[in-house]
Design a protein around this ligand. Structure first.
Ligand code: ADP
Length: 454
């Protein structure tokens, strides 16, 4: 049992976690870099410790500085948020060795899921449907590699077992290009991830990105909390998310959700997690599991009424979940727009001082943001400055509320992608639901063509 948590993150999620702690009566320690010294959540925390200069490697990724801050502050637990050290098994281990609680799963679970081949093997064993292809690393023998790809059927995708952030992947349409793709990807994997292991799977051409949120305790309880659709992406980065995934049979989602919960029980998973799937032709195909809180968790909170961060903390304190699968009802519909400080056309990050900040409100509107007038968006980190979440009884109502919310939002001093969000809400295909993961890129490319014609 702990009553003081160090939040090893920054930005909107640091504030989100802080709020959950405060609601539970748990004291908070904010750590921050020199660049974030004036941030609002730093001011609001019970205690704040500067752990280093702006560069993430010397602050938010500096494990020994964070552990030292935990020790100095008397924090008994560490919440890693998302990004930074949240999926670093070694850090989770060090936190444990220092006698502190890591608010997340065991290092072993993080390690297994961080290796995509091991993750796929574990999921297949647990009955979770996976993308066609072997759940073992590629051999060296060229003839054997060619046979595996042939058996799967082209197009295939060559992926690094240790890959992440949309890197270390290559699509192959033509058997003659397979071996070159393997060589290049292997070299890239060795350099970028320090691990040359590769695998091949079927390349799905028009999938949707649909994911299942899970929540587990240390007493063998595992729940699934409905689905989310995160197909609207640019360069593998999610832009708008929603819950539930529209147009998918509830029974099909239930079956997959049950499989995910079973898998969690089998691997002894603890805490919050997300199973990511590609969904094509009415079928789910597992691609990876994220062993942490996700940026888009609020849409699930809106549709289930469950505070995921609060539950994460309570589970880490050793409490059993007092929720039961039968009692979990998802109702209504939620949308989330990720507002970034970036140029709306070139997508180049746009750090600077926010001179005017007016955020929306009203029925069914939630804004998770660490910004205010006068706040600074530093150039060193992710450009996410706010998440606007709307909830409605129906998808249409959630859309209508989002339209109003975004019309109320005013940000000056830095450019944002608000124009892109406003345009997307009026896009007929997105409005209809069930667009694939290439929709936004196609839409942007079309816009460029129009511009060129003018
Ligand atoms: P990362 O950990 O780098 O995010 P993922 O395995 O989650 O890697 O894949 C990232 C993205 O790459 C997916 O969201 C999808 O757009 C694409 N992708 C991955 N595997 C496949 C596949 N088998 N078929 C089609 N697209 C894929």
């Amino acid at each position: 049992m702990f009553n003081k948590v160090l939040i090893a993150n920054r930005g909107e999620i640091a504030l989100r976690i802080q709020r959950a702690c405060r609601e539970l009566g748990v004291a908070t320690v904010a750590i921050h870099s020199e660049a974030d010294a004036d941030a609002r959540y730093v001011r609001l925390a019970d205690q704040a410790i500067c752990i280093g200069p702006a560069a993430p490697g010397r602050s938010y990724l500096n494990r020994s500085a964070i552990l030292l801050a935990a020790h100095a502050s008397g924090a008994q637990a560490v919440h890693p948020g998302y990004g930074f050290l949240s999926e670093n098994a070694e850090f989770a281990e060090q936190v444990g060795e220092a006698g502190l609680t890591f608010i997340g799963p065991d290092p072993a679970a993080i390690r297994t899921m961080g290796d995509k081949v091991a993750a796929k093997r574990a999921m297949r064993a647990a009955g979770v449907p996976c993308v066609p292809g072997p759940d073992s690393a590629l051999p060296d023998d060229p003839a054997e590699i060619a046979r595996i790809a042939h058996d799967i059927g082209y197009p295939v995708i060559v992926k690094a077992a240790g890959g992440g952030g949309g890197r270390g992947m290559r699509v192959v349409h033509d058997p003659e290009k397979l071996l070159d793709a393997v060589t290049v990807t292997r070299e890239e994997a060795r350099r970028a991830f320090g691990k040359p292991e590769l695998y091949i799977e079927k390349f799905l051409e028009h999938p949707r990105h649909v994911e299942i949120q899970v929540l587990c305790d240390a007493h063998g309880n595992a729940l699934w909390l409905g689905s989310r659709d995160c197909s609207l992406q640019r360069r593998h980065q999610k832009v708008i998310e929603e819950a539930p995934a529209p147009g998918i049979d509830a029974e099909l989602i239930r079956q997959v959700g049950e499989r995910c919960a079973d898998a969690c029980r089998q691997i002894g998973y603890r805490g919050a997690g997300t199973f990511e799937f590609l969904f094509e032709n009415g079928q789910f195909f597992f691609i990876e599991m994220n062993t942490r809180l996700q940026v888009e968790h609020p849409v699930t909170e809106a549709t289930t009424g469950i505070d995921i961060v609060r539950e994460q903390i309570r589970v880490a304190q050793g409490h059993a979940l007092d929720l039961h699968q039968d009692a979990i009802r998802t109702s209504g519909h939620a949308l989330e727009c990720r507002i970034n400080a970036e140029d709306p056309f070139s997508f180049v990050p746009c750090p600077g001082r926010v001179t005017v900040w007016e955020q929306p409100g009203g029925n069914g509107v939630r804004v998770d943001s660490h910004m205010s007038s006068g706040a600074v968006v530093p150039p060193y980190y992710d450009s996410l400055i706010a998440k606007v979440i709307t909830f409605g009884a129906t998808r249409d109502e959630a859309f209508a509320r989002m339209r109003v919310a975004l019309s109320e939002m005013r940000v000056e001093g830095v450019s944002t992608n608000l124009p892109l969000h406003r345009a997307m809400l009026d896009d007929a295909a997105f409005r209809a639901g069930a667009v694939d993961i290439h929709h936004l890129e196609r839409w942007l490319a079309k816009g460029k063509e129009h511009d060129a014609d003018r």
